[in-house]
Design a protein around this ligand. Structure first.
Ligand SMILES: *[C@@H]1O[C@H](CO)[C@@H](O)[C@H](O)[C@H]1NC(C)=O
Ligand SMILES: *[C@@H]1O[C@H](CO)[C@@H](O)[C@H](O)[C@H]1NC(C)=O
Length: 481
């Protein structure tokens, strides 16, 4: 009896120990599979690279002082083409008023780097002038030919096994990007991306976005389950920067800082081995005046840049695109050594200015440099006009807030607070209403600086969106434009 009790106790012990070993075994097995599983995604055999690549490049501005946006897009076109992307797979939207502008000392040419090639050469533009519109941009994204007005009607024609690359550069504000005429809200952009996802218009999509406060276009809105990976030039609360602003030709800034950083990287790296994540890290480090941020499905960033900027073999390169020798600016020792050998004209210093101050700073620089009294007084008058315009714009926003806020403390908060776009629908309605009835953002891009106030008003009014819209409309109607 005692013995059988002892034996059964013994067996229970064994059984217990089996269970614990089994569970540690299963844990190990799980870890092993989990590891393999994770790595399958980390080093995935890129099934999408069998599909094709569709690219959309957009410069959302016009006007001489916005030279850089069209130079950026023209450069991006050559980055893709020189990596083997066929011109039929690239859609370009740019107003095209810069290369042949009367102000251009190099008619028919655009430069994105003081030592670079003419980037305008050979570019095929699909949407020019007024056809560079928010509606056409959305129609092109959705692949909806019936909604396109003007341009040559081309839309993104990709499917669920394909990759889409979008690069957009222009002015922006909190939760919106601008076009030569009109604006696009974060709601409109993300609705279009959702539509593309639901209707299998891509397998994976990569979006590079240069604009002030560009992070606000995706922050809290772009989910990580849409197979979209986005990089923005700035976070949601800061300016992005133009660069090559003090150049030997006295041209307005030739490029944007984030944009030239990614393109100069793509020009010199082997894109079949460099991953998007590496490019992001390099560009983030070099873009040291704003915060470059990534959003969405970060697993896509493990893929080679070539999947989105060129065919996966550099053997396919038709010609070697040489943008010019760019001094390795992150290696200070080297550049000091080089100084003796370098001719001044080869010195590519990235002098960068906040996007919204470019025209003003450019005029101030011309004023410093001119010897002509007449020219100086013209420049001084132009500078005064800009300052007056700024004062007026600021007053429109501040008066609006003091009219709508209940207390002084609330007014101060609405003017200063910085948040993501929390009420996406209200924000969308309000920025469009404001653009239509208060200040035309396309004509006064400086007003974009205060769009966080509109965003804050939506948060402040909460559910009372309709009341807010009515009150802002009434306020705007009182202004004499
Ligand atoms: C940013 O980087 C550039 C080039 O490396 C350097 O000249 C500049 O001083 C840096 N600016 C800041 C604010 O760190
Ligand atoms: C805003 O300005 C642009 C550019 O001058 C113009 O084409 C557009 O019609 C204006 N929009 C409104 C609503 O006045």
């Amino acid at each position: 009896m005692k013995l059988s009790l002892f034996i059964s106790f013994f067996f229970i012990l064994i059984a217990l120990s089996q269970i614990t070993t089994a569970s540690s075994w299963s844990r190990k097995l799980y870890d092993k599979f989990h590891f393999l599983f994770k790595n399958k995604f980390r080093f995935r055999s890129k099934p999408e690279s069998n599909g094709k690549l569709c690219a959309l490049l957009v410069a959302g501005s016009n006007g001489w002082y916005n030279y850089r946006h069209q130079a950026d897009v023209a450069h991006a076109y050559h980055v893709l083409k020189s990596h083997g992307v066929h011109e039929n797979d690239i859609i370009v939207m740019m107003f095209d008023d810069i290369a042949n502008s009367k102000s251009n000392p190099f008619p028919g040419k655009l430069y994105n780097n003081p030592n670079g090639n003419d980037v305008y050469e050979g570019i095929k533009i699909n949407y020019k002038g007024r056809s560079v519109s928010p509606d056409n941009f959305v129609a092109v994204l959705k692949g909806d030919k019936t909604k396109v007005h003007g341009g040559n009607g081309r839309v993104i024609d990709c499917g669920e096994n394909d990759r889409v690359f979008i690069y957009f550069t222009d002015h922006g504000g909190v939760g919106l990007i601008a076009f030569p005429e009109g604006i696009l809200s974060t709601k409109q952009l993300n609705d279009a991306l959702d539509y593309m996802h639901e209707n299998k218009k891509y397998g994976e999509l990569v979006f590079y976005l240069e604009a002030c406060e560009s992070g606000s276009m995706f922050e809290g809105v772009l989910k990580d389950n849409k197979k979209i990976y986005a990089i923005t030039a700035a976070n949601g609360h800061e300016s992005s920067w133009g660069t090559y602003c003090d150049n030997k030709w006295n041209l307005p800034c030739l490029g944007d800082l984030f944009s030239t950083n990614w393109m100069e990287d793509s020009d010199k790296e082997e894109l079949t081995t460099e991953t998007l994540e590496t490019q992001f890290e390099i560009v983030r480090k070099e873009t040291n005046l704003s915060h470059v941020i990534q959003f969405g499905d970060l697993s896509i960033a493990k893929e080679p840049v070539a999947n989105f900027q060129g065919e996966p073999s550099s053997q396919h390169r038709r010609h070697k695109w040489k943008i010019g020798t760019v001094r390795n600016i992150d290696n200070v020792e080297d550049s000091e050594d080089d100084d003796d050998n370098d001719d001044d004209s080869d010195d590519v210093q990235k002098v960068s200015w906040p996007s919204r101050d470019i025209k003003l700073n450019h005029l101030k620089l011309q004023l410093d440099r001119t010897n002509s009294k007449l020219k100086a007084s013209e420049l001084a008058a132009e500078i005064e006009d800009i300052k007056d315009e700024r004062r007026e714009i600021k007053k429109v926003f501040f008066d609006l807030v003091s009219e709508l806020a209940d207390t002084k403390e609330e007014a101060v908060e609405i003017v200063n607070k910085r948040t993501a776009v929390l009420r996406v629908h209200c924000h969308h309605k309000l920025v469009h209403l404001f653009n239509l009835h208060c200040v035309n953002f396309s004509r006064h891009d400086y007003a974009l600086k205060y769009t966080h106030i509109l965003n804050n008003l939506c948060t402040y009014y909460g559910e009372e969106e309709l009341i807010l819209l009515k009150e802002v409309k009434a306020y705007c109607d009182k202004l004499d434009n």
